[in-house]
Design a protein around this ligand. Structure first.
Ligand code: ARG
Ligand code: ZN
Length: 883
């Protein structure tokens, strides 16, 4: 047959092929347009002839009409940058087919057919890191969401489930290890070539397909499931990285046990493989039986990984493993349902990490991420419901809203139902929908039936965007305290009017004298406003509300500062105690930036903050991990979020000034804390981790109060460090100071870890996020550093994500930071669109920023929008941001 098309360009992306193509809006895909696919593809057989720059893929699809769909005579097979070599239907090469853009449409006369399609791809030119690509000499895949179409023509949508059999062959010297989903069923060699055949018995959508070929070594172990089945476990890495895989393997085994114990979920294959790759767009991917990970979430030892890195690895390994049930056994009907698997799986990984470590500290960390990333998203131009209604590029919807707010929404169901009923709900969900491509609605219905909840109104959490605000006013009269709660859900793009949502709020009323409360209560605010009365209070009680962060809302409780001081010292709910500290500081910072406080009021407020902080430092009942949380200042982003229009410069200055003030007032207790923590020897337990956390916190406060002394201390901490947490902490403080110690330690760090990509990422990030007055110049210089690599997402993020969240540098009043980020986006877009588009939100906040900078941010966005060619990813994010 004749092959009409050879569209592939060097990077395999046909959209970039023709410079004359004018940008046009990519089509909008809408949730309400969903239709089942007219064909079923029960089995697929793939044959790969592997080579770095030319891989031939033969796909044999057995297809039959879908009785549950409207009949159609053609089948649409998605493609992206593929070179079609041959096509036959039932062995006949004269098949009737045509191209529709990148898709292949084949006319099929009958009820069932066998299609054979041969395509050729160039993995070494695949810089988008979607589909099959080369990374440091190995081949690997990333297919979620729409990467499989860059490997072969296929109905690349999550509701088409197939059983995969895969044969791959390639030069044994280059690719000694050949991996795929499921179990290896056969292998052999012919001369310098070898081959392996794999079979995955579980039907799956194409986005869960994975293949790896490379020179890898494995840490191997085994796990016995609750029903006594032996599972072989492997963590594959490059030679030389093996001694940094112990924590990953431990985390995997803990995840497998935890999912059995807490959710009753057992693993379902004889083999579970993890592979670490250094070029990866995201954190990791849950491909059936063959999870592929960013090295960042696999490799750790005390010398090169921080305590935060250890926690991140445990959390992401858990997350991907838990997807085996919440994502793989039950997948998504369409990509609008993404939160069905992601929100639920994030909740599962949060509960897992909470149980492995300190539950209160984990909860606080989760809320900090939510408020630092998701709240701003929800109040900006990119706001969308956890179940979006439309998209142009689905990669743009792997967001904090879909993931983290999605997790909060399911957590609210759990809070309202209670743990046991929630488990009945998830059991029913798994039982009812096993093997299906399900919807968020299916999950909600299983929860209603299994957990016996009425979620009719609660469904609004899936359809309405925006963070609800709840005003809480407490009035005391006679023996009764009356709480009035009022909710507003702000307008968001495309959703001007909102309905009241059910908001579960856990609360307690404290008696000031005794410091006790009569028990926690859960109230559900399900109308715009409601009153709740509590009897038996001779004096006005102190309100503790949204305990444990029971709802993802912002609370305005307008209470006197002394009540916050009381809660910061006395609240028995750790999150509420943290919240009181945050509110004390946020209230002061917002008040002083917006000029609402006079000098006397400011001084009184700073005194109260220092007093509360001293109590935290000296409270012997606190463990250090929790003490550290209570000492953390609210982030720049969170403070800005409290203001209608923010001036990043003044917020930054006020925040640093408060830090310096606390440090000056509390110089002695901070120093004592530092000295005590410095005595604790290295270990990976909670006590030693806590000591490291408060030690570096005390140091960073000291750096604001007394930079000269802090610089010496930090240099000493750096020199004596026997672990990365201490070393990085010290270098973070030094990087922000204009001191003699700075340059030497930065150089030492680079020389010491040269060749260890993950640690060199830290070196870039530390400088890009530093408080140093010339940080913006440092970023420019680092952009030209020989170790900077536009093609490596970790490296790009380490420099530019750190930069974009460094208010002192990025928000430089002359707009230089915005121009630098726009330059990066334009340069990166043709290379790696998905990663480029991730930088757009930093520029998209202009409506909430003072006029001068807002104008400069708009100009940067405008310049991107006017580029002659843009990827779908960046196009969508930029046009939404300009609004
Ligand atoms: N499902 C993966 C996870 O949650 C994320 C994969 C996202 N990939 C992408 N290209 N957007 O761990
Ligand atoms: Zn996930």
């Amino acid at each position: 047959m004749d092959i009409a098309r050879t569209p592939a360009t060097p990077d395999g992306n046909p959209e970039m092929a023709d410079a004359a193509i004018q940008p046009k809006a990519p089509p909008e895909i809408r949730r309400e347009d969903y239709k089942p696919f007219p064909w079923l593809v029960p089995t697929i057989r793939l044959t790969f002839d592997l080579a770095l720059d030319k891989t031939r893929v033969t796909a044999r699809l057995e297809i039959e009409r879908n009785p549950a769909a409207e009949a159609e005579r053609t089948i649409r097979l998605n493609g992206d940058g593929l070179q079609l070599e041959s096509l036959s239907c039932d062995g006949d090469e004269s098949t009737d087919y045509r191209m529709d853009g990148e898709d292949l449409l084949v006319t099929l006369p009958g009820e069932r057919h066998s299609l054979e399609i041969v395509t050729v791809i160039d993995p070494s030119a695949n810089s988008q890191l979607m589909g099959l690509y080369a990374s440091g000499g190995m081949l690997c895949t990333q297919c979620e969401a729409e990467g499989f179409r860059r490997i072969t023509f296929f109905p690349d949508r999550p509701d088409v489930l197939s059983t995969y059999t895969v044969r791959m062959s390639g030069p044994k010297a280059l690719f000694p290890v050949l991996l795929c989903n499921g179990n290896r069923t056969d292998q052999g060699e012919e001369g310098a070539t070898h081959w392996a055949e794999w079979h995955d018995p579980w039907p799956k959508p194409s986005y869960l397909f994975a293949l790896v070929a490379g020179d890898l070594v494995a840490r191997s172990d085994s796990f016995t499931t609750m029903n006594g089945r032996e599972v072989e476990l492997n963590v594959y890495v490059r030679d030389g990285d093996l001694d940094r895989t112990e924590h990953a393997m431990k985390s995997l085994k803990r995840s497998m046990r935890w999912d059995e114990e807490v959710f009753g979920r057992e693993y379902d294959l004889d083999l579970f493989n993890i592979v670490a790759v250094s070029d990866f767009n995201m954190g990791a991917m849950e491909n059936k039986g063959l999870n592929i990970f960013n090295t960042k979430y696999v490799l750790a030892d005390p010398e090169t990984a921080t305590d935060g890195d250890y926690d991140g690895i445990e959390g992401v390994i858990g997350h991907e493993y838990f997807h085996n049930w919440s994502g793989n056994r039950i997948t998504c009907r369409d990509w609008f349902q993404l939160s069905l698997k992601e929100g639920f799986t994030v909740l599962r990984d949060q509960l897992f990490s909470a149980q492995m470590g300190s539950a209160p500290v984990k909860r606080i960390e989760d809320v900090r991420v939510l408020r630092g990333v998701q709240f701003p998203e929800d109040s900006g131009p990119l706001a969308h419901p956890i179940r979006p209604d439309s998209y142009r590029e689905i990669s743009n919807f792997y967001t904090a809203t879909v993931y983290n707010k999605g997790a909060e929404v399911i957590r609210m169901m759990r809070t309202m139902a209670g743990e046991e009923a929630f488990r009945r709900g998830t059991d029913l969900y798994f039982e009812r929908h096993d093997g299906e491509a399900a919807t968020c609605e299916d999950f909600v219905r299983a929860m209603e039936d299994g957990a016996d909840l009425d979620l009719a109104q609660f469904r609004l959490w899936y359809s309405q965007a925006g963070t609800p605000k709840v005003a809480a006013r407490l009035i005391h009269e006679g023996q009764t305290a009356t709480l009035t709660l009022t909710q507003t859900v702000p307008a968001t793009p495309g959703q001007p009017d909102k309905q009241p949502m059910p908001i579960p709020l856990s609360l307690a009323l404290f008696d000031r004298e005794s410091g006790n409360h009569a028990g926690e209560e859960l109230v559900v605010l399900d109308s715009e406003t409601a009153q709740f009365s509590f009897d038996g209070f001779a004096t006005r009680p102190v309100l503790s509300i949204n305990r444990g962060f029971s709802a993802p809302v912002s609370i305005d409780r307008d209470v006197p500062r002394d009540e916050l001081v009381f809660l910061a010292a006395r609240d028995d709910d750790p999150f509420a105690r943290y919240e009181a500290m945050q509110e004390l500081m946020t209230g002061y910072l917002v008040g002083s930036v917006s000029g609402e406080l006079d000098d006397a009021e400011r001084d009184a407020a700073r005194g109260d903050i220092a007093q509360a902080m001293r109590a935290v430092i000296e409270d012997s009942a606190l463990d250090d991990l929790m003490r550290g949380e209570l000492m953390v200042m609210p982030s720049q982003a969170y403070i800005a979020e409290q203001m209608l229009i923010a001036d990043p410069g003044s917020i930054h200055a006020a925040r640093e000034a408060l830090k310096a003030d606390v440090a000056t007032r509390l110089a002695d207790p901070l120093h004592a804390l530092y000295e005590r923590a410095a005595q604790v020897p290295f270990a990976l337990d909670a006590e030693a981790k806590g000591a490291r956390k408060v030690k570096t916190l005390a140091l960073s406060y000291a750096a604001a109060g007394d930079p000269a002394t802090a610089s010496g201390l930090a240099a000493q901490q750096y020199d004596r460090a026997d672990n990365m947490t201490d070393r990085q902490g010290a270098l973070m403080v030094l990087a922000g100071l204009d001191s003699a110690e700075r340059t030497g330690r930065l150089l030492d760090f680079y020389n010491r870890y040269q060749g260890n990509a993950l640690v060199i990422d830290k070196w870039f990030a530390l400088q890009a996020s530093s408080l140093h007055p010339h940080a913006i110049e440092h970023v420019k210089a680092l952009r030209e550093h020989e170790d900077f690599a536009l093609r490596n997402p970790n490296r790009v993020r380490s420099l530019y994500m750190a930069f974009a969240s460094n208010p002192g540098a990025f928000h430089s009043a002359d707009g230089e930071g915005y121009r630098m980020l726009a330059d990066l986006i334009l340069e990166l877009d043709p290379i790696n669109a998905q990663t480029a588009a991730r930088f757009v939100p930093a520029l998209g906040r202009w409506r909430r920023i003072e006029e001068g900078r807002a104008q400069l941010m708009r100009e940067a966005l405008q310049r991107i929008a006017e580029a002659p060619k843009l990827s779908r990813d960046t196009y969508e994010q930029v046009t939404r941001s300009l609004g």
